[in-house]
Design a protein around this ligand. Structure first.
Ligand SMILES: [Zn+2]
Length: 337
């Protein structure tokens, strides 16, 4: 990390504290799942660990206010126990939230996120990554809404009844009718659509039919780092046209061809701001779902290094607050009821 002047350090600290810092993706729930009935989970939310990337003590150190916790259940369509695993993960989410109620609360609206910060608490938003647990059924989608799910991606790389992922991309691939129906139902209920992991062709179908904003919870710029999980400039412009936001992913392969660092991550923010302005980019670390994170972003406690780098590069206060979470709060405010 490049040195900052004392005034820059103070400005970075103040902005990071003032901002509602939002991270739209982590895979930490898997760490809280017991491997079997008679074994304890690998980690607990309330215990500071040297392993992995995210727990409540390190969220506090890193000044992250609202963390999306994704339920990721399976790699391929027809995963027979995906519905069971998602139910178990939702239970684990609430168990960990209840065990740490003095420091973090489950939330379903922007008002609740801001209210939690106002009383010095963190918040957790429940999401589904990959629609396998829905088993192609909108009734199951509605029940997950009742369980508190407020963000959904239709695919984790493979084909589901709702969309094709990047590993199932075909020239003729189109968003199925069920994906269109699910988007309408999500608009009605108030669930944020997340297009990270979706095939390019299905992404373009979404932009054709989607009313209002959607997000790419953990995807970077494909021009800065050529990877299918990142978005092309045209895709970024389309996402911005819809008023959406993309959360910057810390996975080293999505950040840089080699030698991922916090500076190289901020290069993605620079590029996105250059082409569409400061209103469409945020954070989506993918902590506990990635290998070794970039230098300077080793775990969630290092999140302030992004703010420091934005200050060093001369970003305005207002834009830094938007990038740290204001942009995501805008979309949550529009979609969540
Ligand atoms: Zn992912």
């Amino acid at each position: 990390m490049v040195e900052l002047t004392r005034a820059q350090e103070e400005r970075a600290r103040r902005l990071h504290c003032e901002a509602v810092v939002v991270d739209t993706h982590c895979d930490t729930l898997m760490q809280f799942m017991p491997p079997s009935y008679d074994q304890p989970p690998a980690r607990r939310l309330g215990e500071r660990s040297e392993r992995g990337h995210l727990d409540l003590p390190r969220m506090v150190e890193g000044g992250v206010d609202c963390q999306t916790f994704a339920m990721y259940t399976g790699r391929r369509e027809g995963q027979p126990d995906a519905l069971l695993v998602a139910n178990q993960m939702a239970d684990v989410f609430y168990r960990e939230m209840e065990a740490n109620a003095g420091g973090i609360v489950p939330v379903t609206t922007t008002t609740e996120i801001v209210a939690a910060k106002d009383v010095g608490k963190r918040s957790g938003l429940l999401a589904i990554e990959g629609a396998e647990p829905l088993m192609g059924d909108l009734g199951v989608l509605r029940n997950f809404y009742r369980l508190g799910v407020r963000m959904l991606s239709f695919t984790w790389n493979w084909r589901t009844p709702f969309a094709d992922g990047i590993a199932a991309d075909r020239a003729e691939s189109r968003l199925p009718d069920l994906g269109v129906k699910a988007m309408d139902e999500m608009d009605r209920l108030g669930i944020v659509l997340d297009v990270s992991h979706m095939s390019d062709t299905c992404f373009w179908d979404v932009t054709d039919v989607k009313k209002g904003a959607f997000i790419a919870s953990h995807s970077n710029s494909r021009l800065v780092c050529d990877h299918k999980r990142n978005l092309t400039d045209d895709m970024i412009r389309a996402l911005a046209d819809h008023g959406g936001v993309m959360g910057m992913n810390f996975a080293p392969a999505f950040v840089a061809k080699e030698g991922a660092t916090v500076e190289k991550l901020v290069d993605h923010i620079d590029h996105i701001v250059r082409i569409v302005g400061p209103d469409y980019v945020g954070l989506g670390s993918d902590f506990d779902g990635i290998g070794a994170p970039p230098v300077g972003l080793e775990d969630v406690s290092k999140m302030p290094n992004i703010t420091r780098e934005l200050v060093r590069r001369g970003y305005e206060d207002e834009d830094i607050v938007k990038i740290l979470g204001g942009n995501h709060l805008r979309v949550f405010g529009q979609v969540l009821k």
